[in-house]
Design a protein around this ligand. Structure first.
Ligand code: HEC
Length: 179
């Protein structure tokens, strides 16, 4: 079963709820200063805080059913150990064309030959890679993405090859290379 709302979506909702709770909190303060009863506003704020908790609990309990797998927090702090050189970018391009282009497309735009058979479809990596910490991208490439067609490459490509692909994708996304 696939849960229609993603963890990210639930966290976004929670942020709106927090903003709402703060607003009601401020209204309650203002009302009290004017000498009126802030009860109604406090009740609303309390309800929103409750809903915020529910959103977070759902986000982190139903999460295993959600396409984006929980990426360990530490992945954010990883840096690419492979230097940003033409040789590594070229090697990354070769590995990518051999293994990934069939789904992700030869320029990583998400338009590979096999893409239309997949649900969800591969994203445009030129857009998505810069949106994430490099260690998160490495984690997805290594472990795959749960409930999608994205396989894990840990046993199939060396660590160096996976980091070289990221050098290639970074260069592509930054338009330093054309393909
Ligand atoms: C069988 C098809 C297929 C192959 C082969 C494949 N992928 Fe994927 N990939 C997907 C799908 C489907 C997704 C999930 C949708 C998404 O997140 O883009 C995905 C997701 C990703 C993501 C996460 C993107 C994000 O922002 O969430 C990265 C990075 C990625 N793939 C890189 C690669 C690399 C590098 C290779 C080759 C070593 C590869 N993929 C091979 C289908 C594939």
């Amino acid at each position: 079963m696939q849960f229609p709302i993603t963890r990210q979506g639930l966290q976004d909702i929670a942020q709106f709820l927090i903003a709402g709770a703060l607003l009601f909190g401020v209204l309650a303060l203002v009302t009290r200063q004017r000498g009126n009863s802030p009860r109604r506003y406090l009740q609303s704020a309390g309800m929103l805080v409750g809903l915020t908790l529910v959103s977070y609990v759902l986000a982190f309990t139903v999460a295993p059913n959600i396409p984006t797998p929980p990426v360990p927090f530490t992945a954010r702090f990883m840096t690419n150990p492979v230097p940003d050189t033409t040789e590594n970018i070229d090697a990354g391009r070769r590995t990518f064309q051999e293994n990934c282009a069939i789904c992700h497309g030869s320029r990583a735009l998400g338009d590979g030959a096999q893409a239309f058979t997949l649900n969800p479809k591969p994203f445009n990596l030129q857009v998505h890679v810069p949106l994430h910490a490099t260690g998160e991208v490495f984690y997805w490439i290594s472990n795959g993405v749960a409930n999608t067609g994205m396989p894990a490459w840990e046993g199939k490509l060396t660590e160096e090859q996976r980091w070289q692909i990221i050098r290639y994708l970074d260069a592509l996304a930054a338009k330093r290379i054309d393909q």
